[in-house]
Design a protein. Structure first.
Length: 364
């Protein structure tokens, strides 16, 4: 982390709503967070919790109906929400890039890979066709695609899943952005290819001093690559912590549930470390629970959790949690600072037994 340095990206009070036939769906509900230059921020949570929508909202890719976005998004001192369409387009790709979740559906099937990489270079760096093509070949080589001159002229269906993901990374990095939003960059890849892709991303991040917001379900990848983690549930932030603190001492019961559901070698030999499951289902965005949104699934839910939204409790630098149990004990436990409860904040009721919690070995 960069201490008190000015963040590269600051998102304040982000709401993203969709108008549907059944009513208004609030996919992201009043979240805020910072991203600092050169850091990797993990964004985790179950499917449907608002992670991908958050990334799309930052780049204003949901501006068309039925999506409505209300927030303050500062990037390098500029409020992206106040920029006109042309100015936002100049930011996309050149300063903020996105690696989308499924490369086969994100790549244009009728354009050669090299042309797709070169397109952004031509647009943002004002290079000629020949120069931008050469830049595309260089980027394919940088992401370790063999025979880049030949492969640049081929179409996406000629590439394996891992190679398509490498091409997406080449596109994202082609203009040297300051921030990359990586949405499930290892989805549908086998474990070996996942490791190669993440190793490549971290290597290029170091070379270019690029910040990454890593959206993933894979807590193992987060543990290996992120410096800080945000846990989302039902459109809201449940917990934020430095990665080591989160895995060693998760404070939110939902976080404990996520960690407890991760397989660990040798866990079966220790009854207290048996694989857990979080009971129930993620709530429908059209029928969110009152109070804490996690209360129907929380093993230690209290009556207060069912009707009153908990406050955000600040436990230290880059450490906060939304839970009534933490709020009630904040005056006694360490430097916990109570923040005024907000109707837009939804917490997490209590937790699994502390002896049942950790998933990944914190001290490994």
């Amino acid at each position: 982390m960069t201490g008190n340095a000015e963040p590269l990206l600051r998102v304040e009070n982000l709401y993203t709503r969709f108008d549907t036939m059944d009513g208004v769906v609030t996919a992201v509900d009043g979240i805020d967070f910072d991203v600092h230059a050169g850091e990797t921020l993990g964004l985790v949570g179950e499917s449907g919790c608002g992670k991908s929508v958050t990334a799309l909202s930052i780049l204003r890719l949901l501006r068309c109906l039925p999506a409505r976005i209300v927030f303050r998004n500062l990037f390098g001192g500029r409020d992206l929400l106040q920029l006109d369409t042309d100015a936002v387009r100049s930011v996309r790709g050149r300063e903020i890039s996105m690696i989308f979740q499924e490369p086969m559906t994100s790549l244009n099937p009728v354009l050669a890979i090299g042309e797709q990489v070169a397109e952004g270079v031509r647009l943002h760096q004002r290079l000629s066709r020949r120069e931008s093509w050469q830049r595309a070949v260089e980027m394919l080589q940088k992401v370790q695609i063999p025979n880049p001159e030949t492969r640049a002229a081929q179409y996406p269906h000629k590439f394996s899943g891992g190679m398509r993901q490498r091409a997406m990374i080449a596109m994202a990095l082609s203009c040297g952005p300051k921030l990359i939003l990586a949405d499930e960059p290892t989805t549908a890849l086998d474990v070996t290819i996942q490791a190669q892709i993440m190793s490549l991303m971290m290597q290029l991040k170091q070379e270019l001093n690029t910040a990454i917001v890593l959206i993933t379900h894979d807590l193992g990848i987060v543990a290996e690559t992120a410096s800080r983690v945000i846990v989302m549930y039902a459109g809201q932030i449940m917990e934020e912590a430095p990665v080591r603190d989160l895995f060693k001492d998760p404070r939110h019961p939902y976080t404990r549930g996520l960690l407890g559901s991760v397989p660990v070698i040798g866990r079966g030999k220790r009854p207290s470390r048996r694989l857990q499951e979080i009971p129930g289902m993620v709530p429908s965005p059209l029928q969110m629970p009152t109070g804490c949104r996690f209360n129907p699934r929380c093993p230690q839910v209290a009556p207060r959790c069912c009707h009153e939204a908990p406050p955000i409790v600040v436990l230290g630098e880059h450490r906060r949690v939304s839970c009534w149990l933490e709020a009630d004990g904040a005056g006694v436990q360490g430097s916990g600072e109570k923040i005024k409860p907000s109707s837009t904040r939804v917490p997490i009721a209590d937790s699994w037994d502390s002896q049942r919690q950790p998933a990944l070995e914190a001290d490994r």
